[in-house]
Write a protein that binds this ligand. Structure first.
Ligand code: AGV
Ligand code: CA
Length: 324
């Protein structure tokens, strides 16, 4: 309903699951999407921004402002994952119309990056927060680099944020980082920029956390992906089914399944009852072989963490929202 809409700023990092999350967000009548920023973490930023714009246009939200980031974390994502946004940007369902501006621009401008004079994501995010008339929810499905920068450079943004909803961390389960010199205890969004996560955790912002403990329980299953085929011909279900199809091969190449990490996190803004929550005290490890690990620590800050999930309710929610 119109009265219940909560203002949301969405900071994502352009992976398949981030773009599925954007698609969900555009359909929530509980959400007033005020802006979208793209962190150049698990993506190539130019095609991720382009796909973001096309999804907003497809869903009738071309007025939602976007910005692409330029701050980089310490531990780069594998390039084989980062190229996914190139594939999404080329999907037929996102290219039904001629682009308003040519994809390869004349020599005076660059083909990719933002227009000259556009603010980078961290500065845009700060400006949106400072301009907001009411407290805003920040949904972060990538590393917390932009938000940490805002806290460092504009401490007054802290009072403008109602809640940070963050996909990241691993509390009582193994991490998903498989890199030389790392012990495997970290989740990638925290590992990419551990200092940024630490900065946000050290603030007094209310954090609602979706760690691997719950997202491990919502893998992209064959049944879930194929279910969108039954609605073939509708743009939103085609896009959702295509994004899910592109996740396949992850188990075979990494030994870990592709999960609905970000989309589960996003679903909280429409159906908070899909997960159960507990207050967990924790801290972020920033150095050494466990860097990026989120650890339980009685002296650490309290986080409202998802601890249980109803997977069937989540899958049904996505199908309901995206096949209408
Ligand atoms: O750690 C999960 C985060 C989520 O925000 N990302 C993917 C989601 O967008 C990193 C990631 C972990 N494993 C991956 C990832 C994989 N196999 N492919 C792509 N990204
Ligand atoms: Ca992500």
């Amino acid at each position: 309903s119109r009265t219940a809409r909560r203002p949301v700023l969405f900071d994502h990092d352009g992976a398949l699951d981030d773009l599925l999350s954007l698609l969900l967000l555009t359909q929530y009548d509980t959400v007033d999407l005020r802006g979208v920023t793209v962190t150049p973490a698990d993506c190539l930023p130019a095609p991720a921004l382009s796909a973001t714009r096309k999804i907003l246009e497809l869903t009738g939200l071309p007025h939602v402002p976007t910005a692409v980031g330029e701050l980089a974390g310490r531990n780069p994502f594998p390039l084989v994952w980062r190229v996914d946004a190139l594939r999404v940007d080329a999907l037929p369902v996102l290219n039904r119309r001629e682009p308003a501006t040519p994809p390869v621009a004349p020599s005076t401008t660059t083909a990719a990056g933002p227009p000259a004079g556009a603010l980078p994501a961290h500065e845009r995010l700060a400006a949106w927060l400072l301009e907001a008339g009411e407290p805003v929810t920040v949904l972060a499905t990538g590393p917390l680099t932009n938000l940490a920068w805002c806290l460092d450079h504009h401490p007054e943004v802290e009072a403008r944020i109602e809640e940070v909803v963050f996909m990241g961390g691993a509390l009582d389960v193994p991490g998903n980082v498989d890199q030389p010199g790392h012990d495997g205890s970290a989740e990638w969004n925290v590992y990419w920029d551990p200092e940024a996560a630490k900065r946000v955790f050290d603030s007094s912002l209310p954090i609602t956390l979706f760690p691997l403990d719950v997202t491990d329980r919502v893998p992209v299953t064959t049944a879930f992906a194929h279910a969108f085929g039954r609605h073939y011909g509708k743009p939103l279900s085609d896009l959702a089914g295509s994004l899910l199809a592109l996740t396949f091969g992850t188990l075979e190449t990494t030994g870990l399944p592709y999960c609905c990490w970000d989309s589960l996190t996003t679903s909280y803004l429409a159906e908070p009852g899909i997960c159960d929550f507990d207050v967990v005290h924790c801290d972020v490890v920033t150095e050494g072989a466990g860097q990026g690990r989120t650890v339980r620590d009685a002296a650490g800050r309290p986080v409202r963490s998802a601890v249980a999930v109803d997977p069937d309710r989540f899958y049904r929610h996505c199908l309901d929202v995206l096949t209408r």
